[in-house]
Write a protein that binds this ligand. Structure first.
Ligand code: UT7
Length: 334
Protein backbone atom coordinates (compact mmCIF):
# COMPACT_ATOMS: atom_id res chain seq x y z
CA UNK A 1 0.00 0.00 0.00
CA UNK A 2 1.29 3.46 -0.88
CA UNK A 3 1.37 5.70 2.19
CA UNK A 4 2.61 9.26 2.53
CA UNK A 5 3.24 8.74 6.21
CA UNK A 6 4.22 5.53 8.00
CA UNK A 7 3.05 4.54 11.49
CA UNK A 8 6.18 3.74 13.46
CA UNK A 9 6.27 1.86 16.76
CA UNK A 10 8.76 3.64 19.00
CA UNK A 11 8.30 2.41 22.59
CA UNK A 12 6.85 -0.48 24.55
CA UNK A 13 6.14 -1.22 28.21
CA UNK A 14 4.33 -3.85 30.20
CA UNK A 15 2.98 -4.44 33.66
CA UNK A 16 2.20 -7.66 35.53
CA UNK A 17 0.41 -7.94 38.86
CA UNK A 18 2.62 -9.13 41.71
CA UNK A 19 0.82 -12.28 42.78
CA UNK A 20 1.94 -15.48 41.09
CA UNK A 21 -0.24 -18.58 40.67
CA UNK A 22 1.97 -21.60 40.07
CA UNK A 23 1.03 -24.97 38.62
CA UNK A 24 1.61 -26.44 42.08
CA UNK A 25 -0.95 -24.02 43.54
CA UNK A 26 -3.45 -25.04 40.83
CA UNK A 27 -2.98 -28.68 41.88
CA UNK A 28 -4.70 -27.70 45.16
CA UNK A 29 -7.60 -26.05 43.32
CA UNK A 30 -8.54 -28.49 40.51
CA UNK A 31 -7.73 -32.05 39.38
CA UNK A 32 -4.52 -31.29 37.48
CA UNK A 33 -0.76 -31.60 37.84
CA UNK A 34 2.32 -29.61 36.98
CA UNK A 35 3.53 -32.28 34.57
CA UNK A 36 0.28 -32.18 32.52
CA UNK A 37 0.20 -28.40 32.33
CA UNK A 38 3.87 -28.01 31.47
CA UNK A 39 3.97 -30.74 28.85
CA UNK A 40 0.66 -29.78 27.18
CA UNK A 41 1.11 -26.00 27.23
CA UNK A 42 4.60 -24.91 28.34
CA UNK A 43 3.06 -22.81 31.14
CA UNK A 44 4.58 -23.00 34.65
CA UNK A 45 3.03 -19.98 36.33
CA UNK A 46 0.92 -16.91 35.66
CA UNK A 47 0.35 -13.55 37.37
CA UNK A 48 -3.05 -12.92 38.93
CA UNK A 49 -4.32 -9.48 39.88
CA UNK A 50 -5.53 -8.75 43.41
CA UNK A 51 -9.33 -8.72 43.68
CA UNK A 52 -10.75 -5.39 42.53
CA UNK A 53 -7.85 -4.66 40.17
CA UNK A 54 -9.15 -3.45 36.83
CA UNK A 55 -7.60 -3.47 33.37
CA UNK A 56 -7.01 0.30 33.58
CA UNK A 57 -5.21 -0.23 36.93
CA UNK A 58 -2.81 -2.63 35.21
CA UNK A 59 -2.47 -0.40 32.17
CA UNK A 60 -1.67 2.85 33.98
CA UNK A 61 1.91 1.98 35.08
CA UNK A 62 2.61 0.38 31.69
CA UNK A 63 1.31 3.45 29.87
CA UNK A 64 3.31 5.86 32.05
CA UNK A 65 6.50 3.88 31.47
CA UNK A 66 5.80 3.66 27.76
CA UNK A 67 5.41 7.43 27.42
CA UNK A 68 8.69 7.93 29.31
CA UNK A 69 10.45 5.54 26.96
CA UNK A 70 8.96 7.32 23.94
CA UNK A 71 10.03 10.63 25.52
CA UNK A 72 6.62 12.20 25.08
CA UNK A 73 4.10 13.70 27.49
CA UNK A 74 0.59 12.32 27.98
CA UNK A 75 -0.98 15.46 26.52
CA UNK A 76 0.87 14.85 23.25
CA UNK A 77 -1.26 11.74 22.63
CA UNK A 78 -4.03 12.13 20.04
CA UNK A 79 -5.64 8.81 20.86
CA UNK A 80 -5.75 5.71 23.05
CA UNK A 81 -7.00 2.32 21.84
CA UNK A 82 -7.40 -0.57 24.27
CA UNK A 83 -7.74 -4.14 23.00
CA UNK A 84 -9.38 -6.08 25.82
CA UNK A 85 -12.11 -8.62 26.55
CA UNK A 86 -12.19 -7.77 30.26
CA UNK A 87 -12.91 -4.02 30.27
CA UNK A 88 -13.22 -2.18 33.59
CA UNK A 89 -16.93 -1.69 32.79
CA UNK A 90 -19.30 -2.06 29.85
CA UNK A 91 -19.60 1.74 29.97
CA UNK A 92 -17.37 3.71 29.89
CA UNK A 93 -14.71 2.28 27.63
CA UNK A 94 -11.53 1.40 29.53
CA UNK A 95 -9.69 3.72 27.15
CA UNK A 96 -11.69 6.64 28.56
CA UNK A 97 -10.82 5.61 32.13
CA UNK A 98 -7.14 5.33 31.22
CA UNK A 99 -7.22 8.66 29.37
CA UNK A 100 -8.38 10.33 32.58
CA UNK A 101 -5.93 8.49 34.87
CA UNK A 102 -3.07 9.26 32.49
CA UNK A 103 -4.14 12.92 32.13
CA UNK A 104 -3.95 12.51 28.37
CA UNK A 105 -6.09 15.62 28.02
CA UNK A 106 -6.20 15.83 24.19
CA UNK A 107 -6.68 12.13 23.44
CA UNK A 108 -9.83 10.45 22.18
CA UNK A 109 -10.14 6.87 23.44
CA UNK A 110 -12.02 3.69 22.76
CA UNK A 111 -11.89 -0.07 23.37
CA UNK A 112 -11.86 -2.80 20.82
CA UNK A 113 -12.95 -6.41 21.31
CA UNK A 114 -11.08 -8.97 19.23
CA UNK A 115 -10.00 -11.46 21.93
CA UNK A 116 -6.47 -12.79 21.40
CA UNK A 117 -6.11 -10.69 18.24
CA UNK A 118 -7.10 -7.53 20.17
CA UNK A 119 -3.64 -5.98 20.18
CA UNK A 120 -3.04 -6.48 16.45
CA UNK A 121 -6.55 -5.16 15.72
CA UNK A 122 -5.84 -2.09 17.87
CA UNK A 123 -2.50 -1.62 16.11
CA UNK A 124 -4.24 -1.82 12.72
CA UNK A 125 -6.64 0.98 13.76
CA UNK A 126 -3.78 3.15 15.00
CA UNK A 127 -1.85 2.59 11.76
CA UNK A 128 -4.87 3.72 9.71
CA UNK A 129 -5.40 6.87 11.80
CA UNK A 130 -1.76 7.79 11.41
CA UNK A 131 -1.35 6.87 7.75
CA UNK A 132 -4.42 8.98 6.92
CA UNK A 133 -2.82 11.99 8.65
CA UNK A 134 -5.67 12.27 11.20
CA UNK A 135 -3.45 11.51 14.21
CA UNK A 136 0.20 11.90 15.10
CA UNK A 137 0.60 9.82 18.27
CA UNK A 138 -1.52 6.96 19.59
CA UNK A 139 -1.12 4.71 22.63
CA UNK A 140 -2.04 1.17 21.59
CA UNK A 141 -2.83 -1.13 24.51
CA UNK A 142 -3.50 -4.83 24.99
CA UNK A 143 -4.57 -5.81 28.48
CA UNK A 144 -6.71 -8.34 30.27
CA UNK A 145 -7.65 -9.39 33.76
CA UNK A 146 -8.43 -12.92 32.65
CA UNK A 147 -8.86 -14.03 36.26
CA UNK A 148 -12.18 -12.10 36.22
CA UNK A 149 -13.46 -14.30 33.36
CA UNK A 150 -11.97 -17.68 34.21
CA UNK A 151 -13.82 -20.42 36.09
CA UNK A 152 -11.39 -21.71 38.71
CA UNK A 153 -13.48 -24.89 38.91
CA UNK A 154 -12.78 -25.70 35.23
CA UNK A 155 -9.38 -27.39 34.91
CA UNK A 156 -9.48 -27.16 31.11
CA UNK A 157 -9.29 -23.37 31.10
CA UNK A 158 -8.13 -22.12 34.49
CA UNK A 159 -4.61 -23.46 34.00
CA UNK A 160 -4.14 -21.46 30.80
CA UNK A 161 -4.76 -17.83 31.59
CA UNK A 162 -3.03 -14.99 33.43
CA UNK A 163 -3.43 -11.24 33.93
CA UNK A 164 -1.28 -8.53 32.42
CA UNK A 165 -1.06 -5.32 30.43
CA UNK A 166 1.16 -3.89 27.74
CA UNK A 167 1.22 -0.98 25.34
CA UNK A 168 3.17 0.70 22.58
CA UNK A 169 3.42 4.26 21.34
CA UNK A 170 2.74 4.57 17.62
CA UNK A 171 3.61 7.85 15.92
CA UNK A 172 3.75 9.40 12.45
CA UNK A 173 7.03 8.92 10.61
CA UNK A 174 8.31 9.29 7.08
CA UNK A 175 6.87 7.05 4.37
CA UNK A 176 10.22 5.43 3.63
CA UNK A 177 11.31 5.07 7.29
CA UNK A 178 10.76 2.29 9.81
CA UNK A 179 7.29 1.40 11.04
CA UNK A 180 4.34 -0.82 10.23
CA UNK A 181 5.05 -2.08 6.73
CA UNK A 182 1.96 -4.24 6.31
CA UNK A 183 -0.64 -6.19 8.22
CA UNK A 184 -3.60 -8.46 7.63
CA UNK A 185 -6.51 -9.75 9.64
CA UNK A 186 -9.04 -12.53 9.20
CA UNK A 187 -12.16 -13.87 10.81
CA UNK A 188 -14.28 -17.03 10.84
CA UNK A 189 -17.37 -16.54 12.97
CA UNK A 190 -18.39 -20.18 12.50
CA UNK A 191 -15.89 -20.95 15.28
CA UNK A 192 -17.53 -18.59 17.76
CA UNK A 193 -18.96 -21.24 20.09
CA UNK A 194 -15.58 -22.97 20.49
CA UNK A 195 -14.12 -20.09 22.48
CA UNK A 196 -16.64 -17.79 24.09
CA UNK A 197 -18.23 -16.38 27.21
CA UNK A 198 -21.77 -17.72 26.69
CA UNK A 199 -23.59 -15.26 28.93
CA UNK A 200 -23.36 -11.68 30.23
CA UNK A 201 -23.82 -10.00 26.84
CA UNK A 202 -27.11 -8.98 25.21
CA UNK A 203 -27.61 -12.50 23.82
CA UNK A 204 -27.85 -13.93 27.30
CA UNK A 205 -27.96 -11.36 30.09
CA UNK A 206 -26.89 -12.42 33.55
CA UNK A 207 -29.59 -14.04 35.69
CA UNK A 208 -29.75 -16.65 38.41
CA UNK A 209 -29.81 -19.56 35.99
CA UNK A 210 -26.75 -18.23 34.12
CA UNK A 211 -24.85 -17.94 37.38
CA UNK A 212 -25.85 -21.41 38.60
CA UNK A 213 -24.67 -22.90 35.28
CA UNK A 214 -21.48 -20.82 35.41
CA UNK A 215 -22.18 -19.48 31.91
CA UNK A 216 -20.66 -16.09 32.78
CA UNK A 217 -17.21 -17.68 32.56
CA UNK A 218 -15.01 -18.39 29.58
CA UNK A 219 -15.69 -21.64 27.77
CA UNK A 220 -13.26 -23.29 25.37
CA UNK A 221 -13.26 -26.45 23.29
CA UNK A 222 -9.50 -26.72 23.52
CA UNK A 223 -8.88 -29.34 20.85
CA UNK A 224 -10.92 -27.54 18.17
CA UNK A 225 -9.29 -24.20 18.95
CA UNK A 226 -5.87 -25.85 18.97
CA UNK A 227 -6.29 -27.30 15.47
CA UNK A 228 -7.45 -23.98 14.03
CA UNK A 229 -4.72 -22.07 15.87
CA UNK A 230 -1.90 -24.23 14.51
CA UNK A 231 -3.18 -23.73 10.95
CA UNK A 232 -4.28 -20.10 11.10
CA UNK A 233 -1.28 -18.67 12.97
CA UNK A 234 1.09 -20.07 10.36
CA UNK A 235 -1.15 -19.11 7.44
CA UNK A 236 -1.64 -15.53 8.67
CA UNK A 237 2.09 -14.90 8.96
CA UNK A 238 2.92 -16.87 5.82
CA UNK A 239 0.42 -14.94 3.69
CA UNK A 240 1.87 -11.63 4.84
CA UNK A 241 5.44 -12.83 4.24
CA UNK A 242 4.55 -13.99 0.73
CA UNK A 243 2.85 -10.67 -0.01
CA UNK A 244 6.03 -8.87 1.06
CA UNK A 245 8.38 -11.43 -0.58
CA UNK A 246 9.98 -12.24 2.78
CA UNK A 247 11.55 -15.47 3.98
CA UNK A 248 12.34 -16.53 7.53
CA UNK A 249 15.80 -14.99 7.09
CA UNK A 250 14.19 -11.55 6.72
CA UNK A 251 12.58 -11.76 10.17
CA UNK A 252 14.69 -10.86 13.23
CA UNK A 253 11.98 -11.56 15.81
CA UNK A 254 8.74 -13.53 15.71
CA UNK A 255 6.39 -12.34 18.45
CA UNK A 256 3.39 -14.68 18.49
CA UNK A 257 0.29 -14.74 20.66
CA UNK A 258 1.15 -16.86 23.69
CA UNK A 259 -1.47 -19.60 24.03
CA UNK A 260 0.51 -22.80 23.86
CA UNK A 261 4.13 -23.75 23.16
CA UNK A 262 2.73 -26.54 20.94
CA UNK A 263 1.09 -23.89 18.73
CA UNK A 264 4.06 -21.52 18.59
CA UNK A 265 6.70 -24.11 17.66
CA UNK A 266 5.01 -25.45 14.49
CA UNK A 267 4.16 -21.87 13.48
CA UNK A 268 7.82 -20.88 13.62
CA UNK A 269 8.84 -24.07 11.83
CA UNK A 270 6.41 -23.51 8.96
CA UNK A 271 7.71 -19.93 8.55
CA UNK A 272 11.34 -21.05 8.52
CA UNK A 273 12.10 -19.03 11.65
CA UNK A 274 14.40 -20.60 14.26
CA UNK A 275 13.15 -20.76 17.85
CA UNK A 276 16.11 -18.55 18.82
CA UNK A 277 14.22 -15.69 17.11
CA UNK A 278 10.89 -16.40 18.81
CA UNK A 279 9.90 -14.38 21.88
CA UNK A 280 8.01 -16.50 24.42
CA UNK A 281 6.70 -15.44 27.80
CA UNK A 282 4.00 -18.04 28.34
CA UNK A 283 6.11 -20.09 30.73
CA UNK A 284 5.92 -17.32 33.34
CA UNK A 285 2.81 -15.40 32.24
CA UNK A 286 0.40 -17.95 30.74
CA UNK A 287 -2.07 -16.69 28.17
CA UNK A 288 -2.80 -13.04 28.95
CA UNK A 289 -5.09 -12.69 25.88
CA UNK A 290 -4.82 -9.07 24.65
CA UNK A 291 -1.57 -8.51 26.53
CA UNK A 292 0.52 -11.40 25.23
CA UNK A 293 2.12 -9.58 22.29
CA UNK A 294 2.94 -6.23 23.94
CA UNK A 295 4.26 -8.09 27.02
CA UNK A 296 6.48 -10.25 24.81
CA UNK A 297 7.64 -7.16 22.89
CA UNK A 298 8.47 -5.57 26.24
CA UNK A 299 10.51 -8.63 27.25
CA UNK A 300 12.41 -8.45 23.96
CA UNK A 301 13.06 -4.73 24.46
CA UNK A 302 14.26 -5.25 28.05
CA UNK A 303 16.59 -8.03 26.91
CA UNK A 304 18.09 -5.66 24.32
CA UNK A 305 16.77 -7.77 21.43
CA UNK A 306 14.30 -5.20 20.12
CA UNK A 307 16.47 -2.41 18.81
CA UNK A 308 16.13 0.24 16.11
CA UNK A 309 15.71 -1.37 12.72
CA UNK A 310 14.70 -4.77 14.11
CA UNK A 311 12.36 -6.59 11.67
CA UNK A 312 9.46 -8.01 13.64
CA UNK A 313 6.57 -10.30 12.74
CA UNK A 314 3.56 -10.29 15.07
CA UNK A 315 0.91 -12.99 14.74
CA UNK A 316 -2.17 -13.93 16.75
CA UNK A 317 -5.17 -16.26 16.68
CA UNK A 318 -8.06 -16.65 19.08
CA UNK A 319 -11.72 -16.25 19.94
CA UNK A 320 -13.99 -15.30 17.07
CA UNK A 321 -12.26 -17.01 15.43
CA UNK A 322 -10.12 -13.99 14.67
CA UNK A 323 -6.52 -13.71 13.60
CA UNK A 324 -3.97 -11.21 12.38
CA UNK A 325 -0.36 -10.64 11.49
CA UNK A 326 1.77 -7.52 11.26
CA UNK A 327 5.24 -6.93 9.86
CA UNK A 328 7.04 -3.88 11.22
CA UNK A 329 10.48 -2.36 11.48
CA UNK A 330 11.02 -1.14 15.03
CA UNK A 331 11.95 2.31 16.21
CA UNK A 332 12.41 5.85 14.92
CA UNK A 333 15.37 5.13 12.65
CA UNK A 334 18.35 7.40 12.36
O1 UT7 B 1 -5.68 -17.85 23.22
C1 UT7 B 1 -6.85 -18.28 22.65
C2 UT7 B 1 -6.64 -19.45 21.81
N1 UT7 B 1 -6.55 -20.60 22.63
C3 UT7 B 1 -5.75 -21.57 22.28
O2 UT7 B 1 -5.05 -21.44 21.32
C4 UT7 B 1 -5.77 -22.82 23.10
C5 UT7 B 1 -5.80 -24.01 22.18
N2 UT7 B 1 -5.89 -25.27 22.86
C6 UT7 B 1 -4.89 -25.80 23.61
O3 UT7 B 1 -3.88 -25.16 23.83
C7 UT7 B 1 -5.02 -27.22 24.10
O4 UT7 B 1 -6.10 -27.83 23.42
C8 UT7 B 1 -5.22 -27.36 25.62
C9 UT7 B 1 -3.94 -26.99 26.34
C10 UT7 B 1 -6.35 -26.45 26.08
C11 UT7 B 1 -5.56 -28.80 25.97
O5 UT7 B 1 -4.53 -29.66 25.50
P1 UT7 B 1 -4.90 -30.98 24.66
O6 UT7 B 1 -3.65 -31.67 24.39
O7 UT7 B 1 -5.74 -30.54 23.50
O8 UT7 B 1 -5.74 -31.80 25.71
P2 UT7 B 1 -7.21 -32.38 25.54
O9 UT7 B 1 -8.21 -31.29 25.61
O10 UT7 B 1 -7.22 -33.29 24.34
O11 UT7 B 1 -7.32 -33.27 26.84
C12 UT7 B 1 -6.56 -34.48 27.00
C13 UT7 B 1 -6.91 -35.09 28.32
C14 UT7 B 1 -8.40 -35.23 28.56
O12 UT7 B 1 -8.60 -36.45 29.28
P3 UT7 B 1 -9.08 -37.78 28.52
O13 UT7 B 1 -10.39 -37.45 27.89
O14 UT7 B 1 -8.01 -38.06 27.53
O15 UT7 B 1 -9.17 -38.76 29.64
C15 UT7 B 1 -8.75 -34.07 29.44
O16 UT7 B 1 -9.88 -34.29 30.23
O17 UT7 B 1 -6.43 -34.25 29.39
C16 UT7 B 1 -7.51 -33.96 30.28
N3 UT7 B 1 -7.30 -32.62 30.83
C17 UT7 B 1 -6.52 -32.39 31.89
N4 UT7 B 1 -5.78 -33.21 32.67
C18 UT7 B 1 -5.09 -32.64 33.68
C19 UT7 B 1 -7.80 -31.46 30.39
N5 UT7 B 1 -7.36 -30.45 31.16
C20 UT7 B 1 -6.56 -31.00 32.09
C21 UT7 B 1 -5.81 -30.47 33.16
N6 UT7 B 1 -5.09 -31.32 33.91
N7 UT7 B 1 -5.78 -29.15 33.44
Amino acid sequence: MLVTCRARVVAVAGHLPERVLTNAMLEDMVDTCDEWITSRTGIRERHIAAPGTSVSDLLLPAAQRCLERAEIEADQLDGIIVGTITPDHVIPATGNVLQHKLKASRAWAFDLINACNGFIAALSCAASWIESGRAQRILVCGADVMSSLVDYQDRETCILFGDGAGCVVVEAGTADGPGIIDLLMGSDGSGAANLCVPASGSAEPINGEVLSQRRQFLHQDGQVVFKHAVRRMAEAADELMQRLHLTGDDIDLLVPHQANRRIIEPTARRLGIGMDKVIMNLELCGNTTGATIPLALNDAWQEGRLTDGCRVMLVAFGGGFAWGSCYLVWGRGT
